[in-house]
Write a protein that binds this ligand. Structure first.
Ligand code: SIN
Ligand code: CO
Length: 336
């Protein structure tokens, strides 16, 4: 029902697929069967649901996309399709029948303007999932889950970025940062006799214009850090009044801190000790001596007071922590 929540209703009426995007006002008209409601980025809105992501921390979090939930009535499905995601589908309640086909050339079918399906496929996996079961579906494998009764399934999706999305993100990054505007220069240009020719040397110069940007390690790394931490819209609640530094020091001794659901915070293996990390699409710099505690912030969802004992007196850490709390990126929770 909220504007900020990405949702989709998919149903089948008289054999015809229907799809619409939320927010939705009511569901009564849909009847008792053959429809499903899919909500994207549930981890941004529900702390309880976000817990489902935690067991998947054996994979680096930069690969994570989001947690999606789908509620379906009997017969409900989003139809046979292929995703660009590694997905772990966790059956939360009820039963669903999953069919997964082999990777291959599966013709696409536009079942509705908002639904890209594939032709019927032969199943290599054909299972019924019950509450607690998990099925892993790699990108490129056609699949379809049909609810056998009212049921909910949670998909922990890991995105595999394509070169196209990286390149278009990189272009945005250099435009936003007013970079890459250097014009091609050729002070040694000689008069030519074949004016229609692009010489090997000219071609190399043109290619180098782009290549130099990619080879600029600090520029490209900064882009990757920003790109991987900028994701779905967050359910941010900045604090009304800025936290005082003494207050933060005191509270860190009593309460645990928890990262806002869906917030992305990463660091690079080889540059964290230089005092750089990335949070929610921005580069954050800090004193290199606090790098170990910044690692904790990036690695863990919750940090206990006992883990911060040696950092509570560090002014640089407290200053940064106060800003992160003010922004609503981290919040206080009961220490268990
Ligand atoms: C669903 O749970 O209805 C769809 C999930 C998926 O196929 O990726
Ligand atoms: Co899918």
């Amino acid at each position: 029902m909220e504007e900020t929540v990405q949702s989709r209703l998919v149903s089948k009426k008289n054999g015809q697929w229907q799809a619409e995007f939320g927010p939705f006002e009511s569901y009564e008209h849909l009847g008792e069967r053959d429809w499903s409601l899919v909500i994207q980025a549930l981890d941004n809105f529900s702390e309880e649901a976000a817990e489902l992501i935690e067991p998947f921390r054996f994979l680096p979090h930069w690969r994570l996309d989001d947690l999606m939930v789908s509620f379906a009535t009997e017969g409900g499905s989003v139809g046979p399709h292929i995703d660009n995601y590694d997905t772990f589908i966790c059956q939360g309640s009820g039963k669903r029948h999953w069919r997964v086909g082999a990777r291959g050339n599966h013709a696409e079918v536009v079942a509705h303007e908002a639904l890209l399906h594939v032709e019927p496929f032969e199943a290599i996996i054909d299972v019924e999932l019950e509450a607690g079961d998990i099925i892993y579906i790699p990108p490129g494998y056609p699949h379809e889950g049909v609810a056998l009764e009212p049921s909910m399934s949670f998909s922990v999706g890991f995105r595999a970025n394509s070169a196209i999305s990286l390149l278009s993100g990189f272009a945005d990054h250099i435009i936003d940062n007013d970079l890459g505007g250097q014009l091609l220069e050729d002070p040694n240009r000689q008069a030519v006799s074949h004016s229609g020719e692009i010489s090997n040397e000219d071609y190399q110069n043109i290619k180098s214009q782009l290549q130099n940007l990619l080879d600029d390690e600090s520029l490209f790394k900064n882009f990757v850090g920003n790109f991987l931490t900028a994701k779905h819209e967050l359910d941010l609640m900045p604090s009304d009044e800025p936290f005082g530094h003494e207050e933060v020091t005191e509270l860190l001794g009593i309460h645990a801190i928890k990262r806002l659901g869906g917030l992305r915070a990463f660091y690079f293996e080889d540059t964290i000790s230089n005092g750089v990390c990335y949070i929610n699409g921005e580069q954050i710099t800090f004193e290199s001596e606090i790098a170990p505690v910044i690692k904790l912030l990036c690695d863990q969802l919750v940090i206990m007071p006992s883990e911060l004992v040696s950092w509570r007196d560090n002014k640089d850490f407290i200053r940064l922590m106060a800003t992160l709390l003010d922004q609503g990126y981290w919040f206080w929770v009961e220490a268990e």
